[in-house]
Design a protein around this ligand. Sequence first.
Ligand SMILES: Nc1ncnc2c1ncn2[C@@H]1O[C@H](COP(=O)(O)OP(=O)(O)OP(=O)(O)O)[C@@H](O)[C@H]1O
Length: 256
Amino acid sequence: MPAVRVDGLRVVLDGVPVLDGVDLTVGVGEWVTVIGPNGAGKSTLLRAVGGLLPATGACTLFGTPGAVLRRRARARLMAVVPQSPVVPPGMAVLDYVLLGRTPYIPALGRESAADVAVVHDVLDRLDLARFAVRPLATLSGGERQRVFLARALAQGATLLLLDEPTSALDIGHQQEVLELVDRLRRENGLTVLATMHDLSVAGEYADRLVLLADGRVVAEGPPPEVLTAELLARHYRARVRIVAGEHGPLVVPVRR
Ligand SMILES: Nc1ncnc2c1ncn2[C@@H]1O[C@H](COP(=O)(O)OP(=O)(O)OP(=O)(O)O)[C@@H](O)[C@H]1O
């Protein structure tokens, strides 16, 4: 049974069909990254899978139709890191990451020592412990992005939906965060569905890439099958050279 199965997904926003018959399967433990030009529908696809948008078509999570999952049950299965999460004003980093434990805290109850320990562990792993008491709003864009990921990891879900998880990170933190997610995938059986603009990085970490254009899947497969100069020219109108890398094809932009 796949972690995610989407059949004929269609999303219409303000009368505009943004996703038009998307099929997608993500196996348990797999890392699938959705790529595609600006406006292709990548974030919309993640939000629809995350149950954050009304959509038609079928979407099942670990065999259960997404629509029948209650909020807490969904949150234990799946953690979503949107591009720009809403941050409660004045909230400290530790309290924000603690929100990830909400699905485990009984109604009218308080977080347990175990919940707090999970949060400290995640903050350590993401090099965020020194920011624990700082208001989230005072962090830099990249520091904040790591906090958003920390909250998702604290949620302990087995499926991570990551919308551009490293767009604000410097190259070192980008590698650190992606390696951590990959390690969790190997050690804890996490499944990852992400979107990314950096095509070389996308290809280095994903088992499969899905290329979306104008709300439809136009190519999918292992990175070498999708990261071709011809497909990238057709769908991004980009001129690139593909170079063989140690962990997948590297996409080098070439001036026109
Ligand atoms: N509420 C809305 N009403 C109308 N169109 C919308 C709405 N929200 C998004 N869209 C459109 O849907 C399309 C897909 O948006 P989406 O954010 O999913 O693209 P994306 O592939 O993630 O783009 P990017 O790479 O720029 O982040 C865009 O053309 C966008 O303008």
